[in-house]
Design a protein around this ligand. Structure first.
Ligand SMILES: [Zn+2]
Length: 431
C-alpha cells in the first residue's frame, strides 16, 4: 500500500537525509541550552523542523531528545533512533558530510542512524496519507546521545510517555528479540614484592586485545620485557578473536615470573586461559535459544603495586548474574584475588510470540521475501534505552556493515527499502 507513495518521494527523502548528514553532530562541549554541543543540537532542530513542516506534532525534550507524533489514541507505539554520530575518523575516500556516488549516499550517519530516522519521517508521512484512522499514536523519538552514553533516553524516561511497543532501526535485520546482559568485572591482585614493573593491554573493554605487553622481574631477579599479539574481535563475540592477554600470561609463566605476579598469572591460566565461555571461572551459562555467556578479557593494567584485568561478560536473558558474580567473587577472594562487579546492564527479552516480534517478523518476510527467525545478540542496542522496544534494521543479513567505519554509506535502494519496511511496521503496530 505504501511503497509507491514512498518511491515517488525518493528525491525529497535523499535531500532531507543529505541535509542531516551535512551537520557534524558528534558530541561536543556543552553550551547554554545545548547539553551535547551545537552540532548535535542543530541535527535535532533540523529533524524537528522537518517534522513540523510535514505537519506532525513535535516536542523538544530539554534539547536532549525530541519527537514527532501522528495519530490519536490512548496508546503510543514508537520508532526510536538517534541523530548523534561518532567522529568521522581518518581515511575517507568520499565526503563524510554527504556525497552521492552512483547508487550510494556516503557520509557519517547515513546508516547509523540519521538515514533511517530521517527516512522514518517519510514512512510516517506515507502512513498518515494512506492508512486511514489508527488505534494508536505513532511517535518517532529522536535521541541525540546514543553514541556517548544514552543520557538522552535517561532524560526521556524521566518525564515522557513509555511506548506500548516499538522498534529501533539502529542495529540489524531480522528482529532482535533478545539482547544479552552486559557486565563488567575486575579481578585484581596487589603486588607487594616488586615482581611486576608494568603491564598493559587493551583500548576498550569490549574489544579482544590484539596487543599486550609486560615488564617484570624474573625469578633470577633480571628484568624481562614481553609482548604478545592476538586477533581483535568485538567483545560480544570473543570466540572470533585471539586474546593477546591470554598469550602473554602463558609466556610470563614460561619465562620465569615469580612471586605475586606468578601467583596472578597462575590464577589466570587455571581459570581463564583462552576460554571465552567462563567455564573454568564458574560463570558459564548456556540458555538455549537465549544464547550462551561469553567472556572477554578486554583490559590489562599493572604496575609495581597491582595487576588488574577487566572482563566484559555477556550473559543470556533469564540468568541471575548478580548471583553468578557473587559466586565468582567468593571463589576469587578465597584465592586472594579481589573481584568487583562494576556494571550490570540487564538483558532484553520480548517474547517471540508477542504481537511486536510477530508483526515485525511478518513485515520483514513480506517486504524482503526472506523468512529468517528472530535472533539473539550479545551486543547491546539502543532498544535497551526505552522499555518495550526491539531492534529492527537497518542492516540486512550479509550486507557489508560499515557502521562507525570510514566511507560509511547507505545505498539509495537500501534507504528506500528501509522506509517501506518502517511504514508497514508502523501501520501494523498502530492499527
Ligand atoms: Zn546507532
Amino acid at each position: 500500500m505504501f511503497n509507491k507513495y514512498i518511491r515517488d518521494r525518493q528525491d525529497e527523502i535523499i535531500t532531507s537525509v543529505l541535509e542531516s548528514i551535512a551537520i557534524d553532530s558528534t558530541e561536543a562541549e556543552p553550551q547554554e541550552g545545548m547539553p551535547f554541543g551545537k552540532g548535535v543540537n542543530d541535527a535535532l532542530e533540523h529533524a524537528l523542523k522537518l517534522a513540523d513542516q510535514m505537519g506532525f506534532k513535535t516536542a523538544n525534550i530539554d534539547n536532549m531528545a525530541g519527537y514527532a507524533e501522528y495519530g490519536e489514541g490512548e496508546e503510543m507505539i514508537a520508532v526510536l533512533g538517534h541523530l548523534d554520530i561518532v567522529p568521522i575518523g581518518d581515511g575517507w575516500t568520499y565526503d563524510p558530510w554527504g556525497e552521492i556516488v552512483d547508487d550510494r549516499i556516503y557520509g557519517r550517519g547515513t546508516l547509523d542512524d540519521k538515514g533511517p530516522m530521517i527516512g522514518a519521517l517519510y514512512a510516517l508521512d506515507a502512513v498518515r496519507s494512506l492508512a486511514g484512522p489508527l488505534k494508536r499514536r505513532i511517535r518517532l523519538i529522536f535521541g541525540t546521545n546514543e553514541e556517548t552514553g544514552s543520557r538522552d533516553m535517561v532524560r526521556y524516561n524521566e518525564t515522557e510517555e513509555t511506548p506500548v511497543m516499538g522498534f529501533t532501526p539502529d542495529a540489524d535485520y531480522p528482529v532482535i528479540f533478545s539482547e544479552k546482559g552486559i557486565a563488567r568485572i575486575t579481578l585484581e591482585k596487589k603486588i607487594n614484592d616488586g615482581s611486576l614493573i608494568s603491564a598493559h593491554a587493551g583500548k576498550a573493554v569490549n574489544i579482544v586485545p590484539d596487543h599486550a605487553e609486560m615488564t617484570f622481574l624474573g625469578e633470577d631477579a633480571k628484568v624481562r620485557a614481553l609482548e604478545s599479539t592476538g586477533i581483535p574481535a568485538h567483545g560480544s563475540t570473543p570466540e572470533l578473536g585471539k586474546n593477546a592477554v591470554s598469550d602473554l600470561m602463558q609466556k610470563v609463566v614460561e619465562s620465569g615470573a615469580s612471586g605475586d605476579l606468578k601467583y596472578f598469572a597462575d590464577f589466570y591460566n587455571k581459570n581463564i586461559a583462552f576460554e571465552t565461555d567462563g567455564a573454568s571461572l564458574g560463570i558459564a551459562c548456556d540458555a538455549g535459544k537465549f544464547g550462551r555467556t561469553t567472556v572477554n578479557v578486554g583490559l590489562l593494567e599493572g604496575d609495581g603495586t597491582h595487576i588488574k584485568i577487566t572482563l566484559d561478560c555477556r550473559y543470556p536473558a533469564g540468568e541471575d548474574f548478580e548471583q553468578t558474580a557473587a559466586e565468582l567473587k567468593e571463589k576469587a577472594e578465597a584465592e586472594g584475588i579481589e573481584c568487583v562487579l562494576h556494571k550490570n546492564v540487564q538483558p532484553l527479552y520480548i517474547p517471540e510470540d508477542s504481537m511486536l516480534v510477530q508483526t515485525l517478523q511478518e513485515v520483514y518476510r513480506e517486504q524482503t521475501g526472506q523468512d529468517i527467525d528472530p535472533v539473539v545478540i550479545g551486543g547491546g542496542t539502543y532498544a535497551k534505552a526505552v522499555k518495550n522496544i526491539v531492534a529492527f534494521g537497518p542492516v540486512f543479513p550479509d550486507q557489508e556493515n560499515v557502521i562507525h567505519q570510514k566511507d560509511e554509506y547507505i545505498s539509495i535502494e537500501h534507504l528506500m527499502k528501509n522506509v517501506e519496511i518502517m511504514a508497514h511496521a508502523m501501520y501494523r503496530l498502530a492499527r
